[in-house]
Design a protein around this ligand. Structure first.
Ligand code: NAD
Length: 471
């Protein structure tokens, strides 16, 4: 089917879902059950601020409850609306199934520009929104567990967790009501970086699959690859930082809301981030060339495009001009269904959002488990592991009469702390999910793109879950 008019984000998600589901042998009733969004709660509430009452509107949408709790971020942005929240909730269902996080899909949003309000005002607004959701069990450790998304961070999650605790003083699992909390408030090491880190692991895994690289006409490794990043927020910053500092990729363009920076020799991402934090934008950064109209920078010659800002960034107006052979969707829904078709026809390989940015929900899953078990990962085993390693090394030195190098002793002795365990679990998850997608892609002649392959893997899992329940 050729898409001639730009569909909405929700329509795009449904077009992509329908394209995949047509290749499956599922009853129409079950397909409809999986596709449909179960419920959306809309609330308007007033908060007294600056001597007047201000009304805010928010949503929490539950897409699928084939597993509970349901999971999905809370977004603070002026663009938030019911259709967007429902599309994002659906994506969460498929994403969780793909990375085998035992959750149904949900999403929330509040129509607000966080830049318009002081921190203490944001706290009042966030707590009030949380109150509305908590009293309807739309925030609950066993039923619905939010996380950060666009415009929200650890700070808002800490307020939400505290609000839940105040309203449920005897709930011993209260901290598991939300993930993405600060470490001091029941969070987990590695959650802030998790989505960007997941993008890095996804790309590393792509470059371990020669048959997928061949589809994009790419060779070699990530080293030296030219990368364009749109959005240097939580996801884009961490992805760009890890890809450039650890994998040797060159970030040749960064697009932000106030323009773009380009540098063919590679942008120093940490320096640019510090500049944004200090000045509020990329303008006047001296480590590259500034372009007030950033949009065209997405169309530069490069190897990899990482849209990490918002949905619909690559659409019918610019898809034809995109020159990168590989796109990894770090944001949710950055490629519209129309653009997707154009890009597929051009042979561009797209690593889809439901997989590419699943690092966040994966580590959120670890955080939720940590909260329910009331103990930090590695606490019981770390020193015991070190002692056993020491025993082995001492015995090896005694038998051989030779000394191991101090560096090797140090590396081998070291027992894993929480951050290392989280990264290991995340890498394993991202690699496993990639392999499932790639295997699906190469095992069927009628599947020619990664998005469809990812949908097939995840829809089959959701369907199985419903069938097991007897639906
Ligand atoms: P964020 O608010 O931290 O960052 C978004 C960045 O994009 C900001 O720096 C903003 O200035 C920039 N931006 C806004 N409009 C832009 C424009 N027109 N052009 C260029 N840049 C623009 O948000 P985030 O948490 O990094 O989320 C980004 C995307 O990733 C969203 O689609 C979100 O749903 C998705 N995502 C986030 C997480 C997470 O853990 N935070 C997890 C999964 C998916």
């Amino acid at each position: 089917m050729t898409v001639v008019k730009e569909p909405s984000f929700r329509e795009s998600t449904e077009i992509m879902f329908n394209r995949a589901v047509r290749l499956m042998d599922l009853s129409p009733g079950l397909v409809e059950k999986i596709r449909i969004c179960n419920a959306t709660y809309r609330v308007s509430f007033g908060v007294r601020l600056r001597g007047d009452i201000h009304t805010f509107t928010g949503y929490r949408s539950v897409h699928s409850e084939h597993m509970e709790p349901v999971k999905g971020g809370i977004r603070f942005a002026t663009s938030v609306n019911q259709n967007e929240v429902e599309a994002l909730a659906a994506l969460m269902t498929y994403k969780c199934a793909l990375v085998e996080a035992p959750f149904g899909g949900s999403k929330g949003g509040l129509c607000i520009n966080p830049r318009d309000w002081e921190p203490h005002e944001m706290e009042q607004i966030t707590r009030r929104f949380a109150y509305e959701l908590i009293k309807r069990d739309l925030i609950h450790p066993a039923q619905n567990v939010p996380a950060p998304d666009m415009g929200t961070s650890e700070r808002e999650m800490a307020w939400i967790a505290d609000q839940y605790q105040r309203m449920n003083t005897t709930d011993i699992n209260a901290r598991a009501c939300v993930t993405g909390k600060p470490l001091s408030g029941g969070g987990i090491a590695g959650r802030v970086e998790a989505t960007g880190r997941g993008v890095q692991y996804a790309l590393q895994e792509f470059f371990r699959h020669p048959e997928d690289m061949a589809m994009a006409g790419l060779t070699g490794t990530l080293k030296g690859k030219r990368v364009i990043v749109q959005g240097l927020g939580n996801v884009g910053y961490h992805a760009a930082k890890f890809l450039s500092e650890q994998d040797g990729a060159k970030i040749i363009a960064v697009l932000e809301f106030d323009g773009a920076i380009t540098n063919p020799d590679g942008i120093n991402i940490e320096a640019l981030k510090q500049h944004i934090l200090a000045t509020g934008g990329v303008k006047s950064f001296d480590g590259g060339t500034y372009h007030a109209d950033g949009g065209p920078c997405m169309e530069l010659e490069a190897d990899i495009l990482v849209p990490a800002a918002m949905e619909g960034a690559i659409n019918l107006t610019n898809a034809d001009n995109i020159k990168t052979p590989l796109i990894i969707e770090a944001a949710n829904g950055p490629v519209t269904a129309g653009a997707d078709e154009i890009l597929r026809n051009k042979g561009v390989v797209i690593i889809p959002d439901m997989y590419a940015n699943a690092g966040g929900v994966t580590v959120s899953y670890f955080e939720w488990v940590k909260n329910l078990s009331h103990i930090r990962f590695g606490r019981m085993r770390r020193r015991q592991e070190e002692n056993r390693h020491r025993l082995l090394m001492d015995e090896l030195e005694r038998i051989t009469g030779k000394s191991l190098s101090p560096e090797f002793r140090q590396d081998y002795l070291h027992g894993a702390d929480e951050l290392e365990l989280v990264r290991s679990g995340l890498e394993d998850t991202m690699r496993g999910a990639y392999q499932a997608i790639s295997a699906m892609l190469h095992s069927r002649d009628d599947v020619t793109d990664m998005r469809t392959a990812a949908f097939l893997v995840s829809i089959a899992r959701v369907a199985k879950s419903y069938q097991t329940k007897g639906l």
